[in-house]
Design a protein around this ligand. Structure first.
Ligand SMILES: NC(=O)c1ccc[n+]([C@@H]2O[C@H](COP(=O)([O-])OP(=O)(O)OC[C@H]3O[C@@H](n4cnc5c(N)ncnc54)[C@H](O)[C@@H]3O)[C@@H](O)[C@H]2O)c1
Ligand SMILES: [Zn+2]
Length: 395
């Protein structure tokens, strides 16, 4: 018998909205977004909305659920709010312990969330990744609306198609590719971030600017100090452009679900993911990305591919934004690259996560990324020493 061959295409579409005071009764956006997904349901049988809240966010937004309830009163023809939100800890803890994804699955089950209902997650990238994973696997996928509350979540983690939790001491080991129903970025949420979480997401913008948009890099360079000093207007532009560049890549690269070995948006991430793990997640993801970028551009410079002037510009911008470019964990067990406490083991872990050949993004110039399939560990050790020296010179 001959093989039965088939091929089909699934098209995805979702919007990333930018607003402020999303749950102010005068702001119809949230209700409109829910309404845009309304399936013919009777007035007594409205779309259900189950809220997942980040506990760290909640601490500085104590009245948020009451606000959503009031909002629901105003828009009571649009959705039915489930009276108990799910509250899970913010930060990497949400992804490390499987019980939090289970807690969300359990709530989806007990509140009768079906494939036409909505899971609405409000929080940082970690809670969003965890809720996204639960939403993707419950009933093989319930609709997810993400309301990211950190800079990094608004310009990167919440806007794409990936979700996941950690396992076997590896980041994002369990997860799926599942586009959201919609994303709503509310700039008001960012006002309560602490200094580290305000800054953290800037590194993802530097990353994407270095790869794709020299003018955006110029913008970050000019506004580095303002950004670091919490200038909201510069931050709003940074988030918008960074989100736009990420989304452009996802929609036009030809590999939105990352089936190949190349993953340009993971520039600087092989070291970042390993450093997060080596520091016991003391480093925020974005802080680790800043170091990972500094390392890969320093390596590019030492390799002779990036000019000294551009290397300096890039490392200086990262420092002006307030990032530290060296932590002692970079140095641990460099003599033994296979040791799980060595940063260099991150190269193999990264390869394994992507599958196929090791593929690392390096830089020839600002806006000119290029990929390599081998890593010179001695040169990486030199790059680490240089970062350490630069950091010492700063103090
Ligand atoms: N899925 C993806 O495509 C993708 C992309 C990039 C990053 N990520 C993941 O995102 C995670 C990092 O996310 P993050 O940087 O948002 O950090 P985070 O989720 O750890 O949040 C940082 C801290 O801020 C608190 N918080 C959140 N919003 C707040 C607010 N408005 N005010 C005060 N506190 C608030 C949280 O409780 C937490 O303690 C990492 O796990 C990373 O791997 C995922
Ligand atoms: Zn990242």
């Amino acid at each position: 018998m001959s093989s039965i061959k088939q091929q089909f295409t699934v098209s995805f579409r979702y919007d990333v909205h930018f607003t402020s005071s999303v749950f102010d009764p005068s702001n119809p956006l949230f209700s409109d977004v829910i309404g845009s997904g309304s399936t013919a349901r009777s007035p007594e049988n409205l779309n259900k909305v189950l809220i997942v809240l980040d506990k760290g966010f909640l601490k500085s937004h104590l009245g948020i659920f009451e606000k959503i309830k009031l909002y629901n009163k105003q828009y009571n023809k649009s959705f039915e709010l489930i009276s108990n939100p799910v509250i899970i800890p913010g930060g990497e803890e949400a992804k490390i312990k499987p019980e939090y994804a289970e807690q969300i699955l359990n709530a989806i089950n007990t509140s009768g969330i079906d494939r036409h209902s909505f899971l609405v997650v409000i929080g940082g990238g970690c809670v969003i990744d965890t809720a996204g994973y639960a939403a993707a696997i419950a009933h093989r996928g319930v609709r997810l609306i993400r309301l990211p509350t950190t800079v990094l979540a608004q310009n990167d983690a919440a806007i794409g198609v990936k979700n996941g939790i950690n396992a076997y001491e590896k980041k994002n080991f369990i997860g799926t590719f599942a586009p959201p129903f919609a994303v709503i970025n509310d700039s008001e949420f960012l006002k309560t971030l602490d200094a580290r979480d305000w800054r953290s997401g800037i590194s993802e913008a530097v990353k994407v600017a270095l790869l794709k948009d020299p003018l955006f890099f110029d913008f970050i360079e000019k506004n580095a100090v303002a950004l670091s000093n919490r200038d909201m207007e510069s931050m709003k532009y940074l988030i918008y452009r960074c989100a736009e560049l990420h989304l452009e890549h996802i929609t036009t690269s030809g590999d939105p679900f990352e089936t190949g070995s190349s993953r340009p948006l993971d520039f600087g991430h092989w070291a970042a993911h390993k450093l997060e793990q080596l520091t016991g997640f003391e480093l925020r993801h974005g802080e680790a990305v800043a170091i990972g970028l500094a390392l890969d551009v320093t390596y590019s410079y030492l390799k002779g591919d990036l000019s000294k002037t551009e290397w300096k510009r890039i490392t200086q911008v990262l420092q002006q934004c307030g990032f530290t470019l060296f932590v002692p964990e970079l140095r641990s067990r460099l003599d033994d690259p296979a040791n799980k406490h060595s940063l260099l083991r991150g190269l193999e872990e990264f390869r394994e996560h992507l599958g196929g050949q090791l593929t690392i993004m390096l830089l020839k110039g600002i806006g000119q990324g290029y990929e390599v399939n081998t890593a010179d560990t001695n040169l990486y050790i030199k790059a680490i020493r240089l970062l350490e020296k630069m950091e010492k010179e700063l103090v």
